[in-house]
Ligand binder design. Structure first.
Ligand SMILES: [Zn+2]
Ligand SMILES: [Zn+2]
Length: 332
């Protein structure tokens, strides 16, 4: 008999990438999305780098991408609060990507959390998370739901969606694309004025209501540009260069790609299901992303500039992520 309100989620995931039209409504606010790199180490943490974890504040809620050992302590040093984490997306069940979960959840209990937590991962998520949550003596006091995802699935959430692709790694592994719903077009104030709009009618039109000017009705569509696509963040997790990940990353605002090694160790890394900085850049270039962060660095690299330089040859928008680095993603 389960000792805690831990359950399995079915029915939230829908195949394909179609977004319901209602996502378009109410998504015009312009707060930046915030990425916080909590851990950028490869399999072994170092003094400078903690195990893999990335917090993404989507404007609606805080999402955690992987949860390596030490994640909760990294939260304390960052601008993000671990109590705000609403969902955790795990790429795979190598220890450096999920061993922070039991500690994080136990601390949430100690802080009297009552809000539910949803955890997503590859098909083995149910077994692995179930085991992790039964370690030690503690009572889970809030609902935790585990969702098993397969590659090519889209989960629709509050104002954003998450789509998966298969990574190339020795164990079941997923890459994730977190994407906002489409945004309303830009309001053209000059055009509104030329149509005779004045005073409070600007706000009315901007809110989506038609306005009467004399005998003429001005509709929002007369003064708004076409809908804009939302911001997107793609996280590769651990992977050798993958065509599926490239497709998932197509024109993403930010790609976070693993770069375990430099080019000279590429062949060996690929054998173990990892990529070089050069290969990450090649993929970023082919996927036409705007910015790429490299992460998951082998402990053999104390300095990251050589990896960053290697990537910039093929993709100038490459940056090596550092622990506790914040990156704001503004509305285009
Ligand atoms: Zn790893
Ligand atoms: Zn791994």
């Amino acid at each position: 008999m389960p000792l805690f309100p831990f359950c399995l989620g079915e029915g939230l995931a829908t195949p394909g990438g179609a977004k319901p039209n209602d996502l378009l409504a109410g998504t015009s606010c312009g707060e930046p999305m915030r990425l916080t790199f909590l851990g950028t180490a490869g399999s072994w943490p170092t003094k400078e780098r903690s195990a893999s974890a990335i917090a993404l504040d989507t404007e609606k809620e805080l999402v955690l991408l992987d949860c390596g050992e030490g994640t909760q302590r990294q939260f304390f040093q960052s601008s993000a609060s671990f109590m705000r984490v609403r969902r955790v997306f795990l790429t795979h069940f190598h220890g450096d990507h999920f061993l922070g979960l039991p500690g994080l959840i136990q601390s949430m209990c100690l802080n009297n959390r009552t809000e539910p937590l949803d955890i997503y991962g590859p098909p083995d998520a149910e077994e692995m998370v179930g085991r992790a949550l039964q370690m030690g003596y503690f009572t889970l006091r809030f609902p935790v739901t585990v969702h098993k995802l397969s590659a090519g699935t889209t989960v629709e959430l509050d104002g954003y969606s998450v789509t998966t692709a298969a990574a190339i790694h020795p164990v079941p592994s997923l890459a994730y694309r977190v994407e906002e719903g489409p945004k309303r077009g830009r309001f053209d104030g000059g055009k509104a004025r030329s149509l005779g709009i004045q005073g409070r009618d600007f706000a009315k039109l901007e809110a989506g209501d038609p306005v009467r000017v004399g005998t003429t009705v001005v509709n929002p569509s007369d003064v708004m540009g076409p809908p804009r696509s939302g911001r997107s963040v793609v996280y590769s997790g651990d992977t050798a260069p993958s065509e599926e990940v490239r497709r998932l990353a197509h024109r993403a605002t930010v790609l976070i790609h693993e770069a375990t090694v430099a080019q000279d160790l590429e062949a060996q890394a690929n054998e173990w299901g990892h990529s070089s900085a050069r290969q990450a850049a090649e993929l970023a270039n082919a996927a036409e992303v705007s910015t790429m962060f490299l992460t998951h660095f082998s402990a053999r690299y104390k300095e990251l500039e050589p990896l960053e330089s290697e990537a910039r040859i093929l993709f100038p928008g490459s940056l090596a992520a550092r622990d506790l680095l914040d990156h704001l993603i503004h509305q285009p």
